[in-house]
Design a protein around this ligand. Structure first.
Ligand SMILES: [Zn+2]
Length: 228
């Protein structure tokens, strides 16, 4: 691995996100934060998303409720309730391109991630869809995830790692992980590799087969299925 893009999902969290931001600032590392719309309705959490933007990080949309993956969400208004409701809350906080990270179960890539309506909306709204290459399970292994992250990404030229700024996840080992990455000569960047962005600014540039309900394709599983 020569380049690493760090992403933090499911926040902002009032206890954890400030400390994650501190750890990143101490090392001059910038990252992506994929936040939940339901958290942005809370002024304290919303202020943390603003702080992340002010400190040079990129803040993106990770759905409103994070309850049912869009490919399995039977509600007629699922796209409005999840993507667009969060977009409205995020709009005053961020500028530049819109980014959406679908959620699955424990980082499993599969047809449950997106619906056809979700894809059409991401295209129409000129989103970039941000996937990942490593999910080291920080939420259920807060001590051991760095070893897994380094092993999973060793062979990749540019890795996109999913961590979580929530209690009991990456925070305790984040600083030592970043130091280990830096010691290996890896550049930590916010750019995203083509393999992790099947839609860029509303243009479908990658393979969505296997990522959209009803399109078929094989499930590109990484790790066991767990609910997070
Ligand atoms: Zn998530």
């Amino acid at each position: 691995m020569t380049r690493l893009t760090l992403t933090f999902d499911n926040g902002p969290d009032p206890e954890v996100t400030p400390r994650v931001l501190d750890v990143l600032a101490e090392r001059s590392v910038q990252a992506h934060f994929f936040v939940l719309g339901k958290h942005l309705t809370d002024p304290g959490r919303r202020a943390l998303a603003s702080r992340a933007v002010a400190e040079g990080h990129l803040v993106g949309n990770h759905s409103f409720s994070h309850e049912t993956p869009l490919g399995e969400d039977a509600r007629a208004d699922s796209v409005e309730a999840e993507i667009l409701a969060t977009e409205r809350l995020l709009a005053p906080l961020s500028n530049g391109s819109l980014r959406f990270r679908p959620f699955g179960r424990g980082g499993v890539l599969g047809p449950h991630l997106l619906s056809e309506r979700a894809v059409a909306t991401l295209v129409a709204r000129r989103y970039t869809c941000v996937l990942w290459s490593s999910v080291p399970h920080d939420w259920d292994d807060p001590e051991g995830w760095p070893r897994r992250a380094l092993a999973e990404t060793a062979a990749e030229p540019h890795a996109v790692v999913v961590l979580h700024d929530i209690p009991g996840a990456c925070l305790a080992k984040l600083g030592s992980f970043l130091d280990a990455v830096r010691d290996r000569g890896v550049a930590m960047v916010t750019e995203l590799p083509a393999a992790c962005t099947p839609i860029i600014d509303g243009v479908v540039v990658g393979d969505l087969d296997g990522l959209v309900t009803g399109r078929g394709g094989s499930v590109r599983a990484r790790g066991p299925e767990v609910a997070t």
